[in-house]
Design a protein around this ligand. Sequence first.
Ligand SMILES: NC(=O)c1ccc[n+]([C@@H]2O[C@H](COP(=O)([O-])OP(=O)(O)OC[C@H]3O[C@@H](n4cnc5c(N)ncnc54)[C@H](O)[C@@H]3O)[C@@H](O)[C@H]2O)c1
Length: 324
Amino acid sequence: MNILVTGGAGYIGSHTVKELLKKGFTTYVVDNLSRGHSKAVPSDILFPIDLSDKDKLYTFFKEKNIDTVIHFAAFAYIGESVDNPLIYYQNNLANTINLLEIMIKCNVNKLIFSSSCSTYGEIIGNHLITESTLQKPINPYARTKYFCEQIILDISRSYGLDYSIFRYFNAAGADDDGCTLGEDHNPEPHLIPSVLNAARKGTPVTIFGRDYPTPDGTCIRDYIHVSDIARAHVLALTSKNASRKIYNLGTGKGHSVLSIIKKCQEITDLKINILEGKRRNGDPAILIANPELVARELGWKPVSSSLDTIIRTAWEWMKRNPER
Ligand SMILES: NC(=O)c1ccc[n+]([C@@H]2O[C@H](COP(=O)([O-])OP(=O)(O)OC[C@H]3O[C@@H](n4cnc5c(N)ncnc54)[C@H](O)[C@@H]3O)[C@@H](O)[C@H]2O)c1
């Protein structure tokens, strides 16, 4: 296989590239570095192409004889998508259409696509979310992911595209094989790195809502270690079962915001001050995956997704990269 990883210099992409290279796959990264980091991937496999540039993309596909695509490249900040929806429709939707056009033109038939649990929208109650739970995206970011899924299904019906779609729950942690990679977003939208950052800087963390119908009143989410996500992509490349399938990628267990803060305090041995904020619009109380399908069909199991390993690896990476 000659694999193209779009967005491979980003958080989840770079961990997946590391896993692919470890397993000996011929791997190329296309990333415009708008939100990624060149140091996160070997320089000889990084091509700074923007997915809006169809001519460059076509030439690249031909030169490298690409036959498989793992498509991470996107903007992924929900708040930003509400403030500026068009850049999300442009980058996540129009550029995915560009990519699909080039794939069809070059007879590339295998795509692994990064979708999101946010496509389910506001889940009422506390049942585990299965792949057949109704998708009701409630913000522009989630809608771009939902529309991309629909387009991929249409392309598959019309052109026979073989796809695997993963709906990730909350990616977290840092490279479980040496902590050489980690999460480096600016601004940082995710809870765990934000709390760890607050711990080391001595700044407070805001909890948005303490009145949810959960045991401690804070929201509960399903955190999945980024290296476990990376390994799922390798399984999707190698398993016939993954053909034309959609999988949730989560652990089936939830952790509250308060329990994350407590665990970060325990691991860093630093005091974290809390501010209490109001609920944010569109933040459901509980989002937890039912990961049975991916376990049964791909034999995938989260091995590094205990809260302890997630926070320890994230903290270790942060200590090694004090400038981030
Ligand atoms: N992080 C999560 O918890 C999470 C959850 C669900 C889904 N996802 C999805 O997973 C994927 C990866 O997420 P991430 O957290 O690693 O994001 P990220 O921002 O760290 O990585 C995205 C990468 O894509 C690149 N990119 C963006 N637009 C591009 C373009 N037009 N051309 C070329 N490169 C471009 C960026 O430079 C960046 O390196 C995204 O599609 C995201 O929507 C992430």
